[in-house]
Design a protein around this ligand. Sequence first.
Ligand code: FAD
Length: 413
Amino acid sequence: MTRRALVIGGSLGGLLAANLLRRSGWDALVFERNGEDLTGRGVGLGTHPQLTAVLRRAGIAFDETMGIKVPRVVCLDRTGKIMIEQPSARTMTSWSRLYRALRSTLPARDYRLGKKLRRIEQDADGVSATFEDDSRERGDLLVGADGIRSTVREQFLPRVQPVYAGYVAWRAVLDEARVPREAHRDIFELYTFCLPEGEQLLGYPVPGHDGDTVAGRRRYNIVWYRPADSVALDDMCTDASGRLHSGGIAPSLIRDAVLAAVKADAEALLAPQLAEIFLRSEIFFQPIFDLESPALAFGRVALIGDAAFVVRPHVGAGATKAALDAMVLADCVGGRDMAGGLGRFESVQLPFGRDMVALSRQQGAYLSAQLKPVAQRRGDEWHRDVAALLYAHGTRSDQIGEIVAARGLDAYF
Ligand SMILES: Cc1cc2nc3c(=O)[nH]c(=O)nc-3n(C[C@H](O)[C@H](O)[C@H](O)COP(=O)(O)OP(=O)(O)OC[C@H]3O[C@@H](n4cnc5c(N)ncnc54)[C@H](O)[C@@H]3O)c2cc1C
């Protein structure tokens, strides 16, 4: 009889898990708490060969319609002059482009919207999921792909909580047609860094609203990391009515004063090309968190993606890690011995997740260190060195490849 997997969370990790489990002979259904399709959400996303290899296994050819190649990486000074540049082989895409491609591989009836998980129960014969609408589903395996605030993880590891890293990422995205002509000429096609004191900004082109990678219909994406202690963060996450949105505030609720302050800083601190794009964009911010789970398998339940480990965005590998989790899980539970398979999954993906988190922490260390006294943050400042930053950009996929090889994931490709 075909075994049934309940996948909680309909983002990239959940979609990949459902796709690959189905290819391993499972019937897999996805349950997403949002009531509406997520296509309009998300902005830029870095890719790596490891991600494209898993996508190929999921039946998605990563061709030129999927992302935009950036031929060079540069760092601009405050006046907009290029301080340093080198070739780049990175391909940038958008969250929604990947989401759209993955959604199209799953029958619509098996992707259930408006299904917020409340509770899991399991016994020797199966696992049951109860949703907020009081409906219930039963399966042989449950995959927790429900992100950083995972309800699945909360049930099995209630003490594991995201830890604020001490800085936020301001995000900006602008249609190519609205990018000022000079900024477009200077940087649109490039991967661009700018390093205000104690901060880091990067910008790159991404597919347009409808996933289009054709020139003229793309968008420009900015990520600007800025230190903020927890008092400042609480203020930024407080809406105009005085309500605090711990963990992150919806873009539409960010107070005008907070937006005005970051825009003034953009004019004062950024290279003019980047400031102009930032000021014309829809902007919002995301606090950066670390999260590490000490276990990934609980009876018939497995954690993958951001529910298991959150990799800070410097490595550009949140989607890549979720893809590798999904691939290893699907392979491990392909045989009849599910308990043994889940044990193998955990023994491979736990150390892999820890290594990925460590790599991303190292890259963000100097941003976290900005809240420390000057003498204590010297050691972390190395990661702000321009040459080191560009070197890390160029070798990122190799670093991930080394972790993949060291942890034995090569065997799963
Ligand atoms: C809407 C969205 C946009 C994003 N945009 C970007 C981006 O632009 N750039 C980038 O680098 N990364 C982005 N990310 C994060 C990136 O997608 C993740 O790192 C990557 O997808 C791996 O995470 P994941 O699939 O494990 O979890 P996530 O992507 O966080 O997805 C978790 C999913 O689970 C759902 N969920 C949560 N709780 C429940 C519950 N109780 N019941 C049912 N469903 C639940 C959430 O609604 C969400 O869809 C985005 C994530 C989301 C959800």
